[in-house]
Design a protein around this ligand. Structure first.
Ligand SMILES: C[S@@+](CC[C@H](N)C(=O)[O-])C[C@H]1O[C@@H](n2cnc3c(N)ncnc32)[C@H](O)[C@@H]1O
Length: 241
């Protein structure tokens, strides 16, 4: 690792170009990757309330309302600066800063809980998934990076620079995790293998961002949907070439 590299979970809230970027990006359904839209769009259309975990500057308020004009929206993030921007730009949304670890909303509070572009940065992703599913009454949707190779979760070795300007100048970085599919499936089976959950995946292989310092030239960009009280429960997670 470059000696000057500074790895922090709050990288997106520290870097100035990042604060600027989130003001006017990823606020339309069309801005999302197909893997992100695949489960989100139809689920948003039928949800009355939604929680976005890692909402940055609140662009998701706009795309959630685009899918369902009267949806009751809440967003949380660890960055105070990003949440301040969210409140300024989207005064009709409910935005909160939290500690990044404990989601304190009550069980089953939201029809849909989602998190995109977040969990592949977090070493405590397991606890986050369990908490997200707990506070959703029906659906939880999140994206991760999967591989058939070994899991990458060493923060000192595998990280992503966070900048929307000049990559060369960037020092601020955040961990970048890639999960081995069997490790991930085992975790999901342990948590949601019984009790009426249906877990589905959708995704495709793609090249990771140039800002990522990882040894794999392609990773499986995967979205997961967890449904509670399903009529057809089961774990259906696959890497499809
Ligand atoms: C790549 S951005 C994605 C923003 C937005 N979800 C999107 O997809 O456009 C990652 C976001 O996750 C936030 N974040 C980092 N750690 C977090 C945590 N533990 N809990 C929630 N959000 C976190 C960052 O501050 C940043 O806003």
């Amino acid at each position: 690792m470059n000696k000057e590299t500074f790895i922090t979970e709050n990288a997106y809230g520290e870097d100035k170009s990042s604060l600027n970027y989130w003001k006017n990006h990823r606020n339309k359904l069309d801005d999302l990757y197909p893997s992100e839209r695949y489960f989100l769009y139809p689920t948003l259309k039928s949800a009355k309330s939604v929680l976005d975990v890692g909402c940055a500057a609140g662009g998701s308020f706009d795309f959630c309302r685009e899918a369902k004009s009267n949806i009751d929206y809440t967003g949380i993030d660890i960055s105070k600066k990003l949440i301040n921007i969210a409140n300024e730009f989207h005064p009709k949304g409910m935005f909160f800063v939290y500690d990044g670890h404990e989601i304190t909303f009550k069980e089953n509070k939201f029809d849909l809980v989602f998190s995109i572009g977040v969990l592949h940065h977090l070493h405590h992703w397991r606890g986050m998934i369990e908490q997200m599913v707990k506070c959703s009454s029906s659906f939880t949707i999140f994206d991760i990076r999967l591989t058939n190779k070994k899991t990458l979760d060493n923060a000192k070795k595998y990280y992503q620079y966070v900048t929307f300007d000049d990559k060369q100048k960037s020092k601020t970085a955040i961990s970048y995790l890639v999960f081995n599919i069997d490790d991930f499936k085992n975790f999901m089976k342990q948590c949601f293998g019984s009790g009426g959950y249906r877990v589905e995946s959708y995704g495709y292989y793609a090249k990771p961002t140039d800002l990522a310092n990882i040894p794999y030239d392609k990773v499986f960009m995967c979205c997961i949907k967890v449904e509670k009280n399903s009529k057809s429960p089961g774990i259906f997670i696959d890497i499809v070439d």
